[in-house]
Design a protein around this ligand. Structure first.
Ligand code: GLU
Length: 282
């Protein structure tokens, strides 16, 4: 089977050592399998993403010696199409409009952070029909209804990463109590959930191996459920270890001290960066 993977940063800040690890690992795995390494900008957060970070990410990757195949896919250009595709679920009784506070919804849509689990929604708006949708309402997935809809489907995925390696079966009760009714979009406002856009793109780009940080492992069941609802294939997942700071915390965009651009300016070489994140030099 062809090996197609991707690096999917959000251009909301400079690349740091954690991104470098993720990108180099995915690149090296793809090249070792004579596969493809794609670059996708997950720039759906229109308030926080900046073209200058998009440019800097490309510069840093090229400096690290990583080349990507084909054109860069930018999600911001596809938000309308993600929302249109979501409409396919409308007649199936799986979505409902939700008018709970904007900040709740925005937090639910953002990419996840380590240690911040799902904010399980209590179902306040679950009885509302789609006909009652008002401007600004979010669309939530009724997760229990989605499981009923997919009743005959074996919901599972294969993981090859070090912490969770093996086959994972998605348990309905666990998902309903620990994930809940996730927000998928807010129509008319150019907002779509990260994990929905990324599930569509992985399928459209023919990604067979998703290589990403362990902090995203908990999102995988939601993506697998969405793949089945939209008739998309499920790739193999590989969630890798995270690069941490001296206090053991996962690096974040604000950790500019570990920005690749800063190491570059200080005279580090790509080989130094590989050593710093514990990856072999080719
Ligand atoms: N855009 C996400 C991030 O920067 C990565 C998503 C993914 O690899 O699936 O954390």
């Amino acid at each position: 089977m062809a090996f197609v993977t991707r690096f999917a940063p959000s251009p909301t800040g400079p690349l740091h050592l954690g991104h470098a690890y993720s990108a180099i690992l995915a690149h090296d795995m793809a090249r070792a399998k004579s596969g493809q390494f794609l670059l996708r900008m997950e720039d759906t957060d229109l308030e926080r993403c900046r073209p200058e970070y998009d440019a800097l990410i490309q510069e840093d990757l090229a400096w690290l010696g990583l080349s990507w195949d084909g054109p860069i896919h930018r999600q911001a250009a596809h938000i309308t199409s993600y929302n249109t595709r979501l409409e396919a679920l409308e007649g199936k009784g799986l979505l409902y409009p939700c008018s709970c506070t904007r900040s709740d919804i925005r937090a639910a849509l953002a990419a996840p952070q380590e240690g911040v689990g799902f904010n399980v929604y209590p179902g306040t708006c679950r009885q509302r029909g789609l006909g009652s949708r008002r401007p600004g309402d979010a669309l939530r997935l009724d997760l229990a209804a989605a499981f009923d809809f997919l009743a005959a489907t074996d919901l599972c995925f294969v993981e090859t990463g070090p912490a969770h390696s093996g086959q994972h079966r998605i348990d309905r009760d666990q998902a309903v109590t620990q994930i809940g009714d996730v927000v998928l979009s807010r129509k008319g406002e150019d907002i779509v959930a990260y994990f929905l856009a990324s599930a569509f793109d992985d399928a459209d780009q023919g990604v067979t191996r998703v290589i990403r940080g362990e902090d995203l492992f908990d999102f995988t069941p939601v993506q697998v459920i969405l793949q089945h609802l939209f008739g998309l294939p499920t790739p193999i997942y590989h969630h890798h270890r995270l690069i941490r700071d001296d206090q053991g915390k996962r690096l974040a965009k604000r950790d500019d001290a570990r920005a690749i651009a800063k190491y570059r300016a200080e005279g580090a070489t790509p080989a130094d960066i590989r050593r710093m994140v514990g990856l072999p030099n080719p």
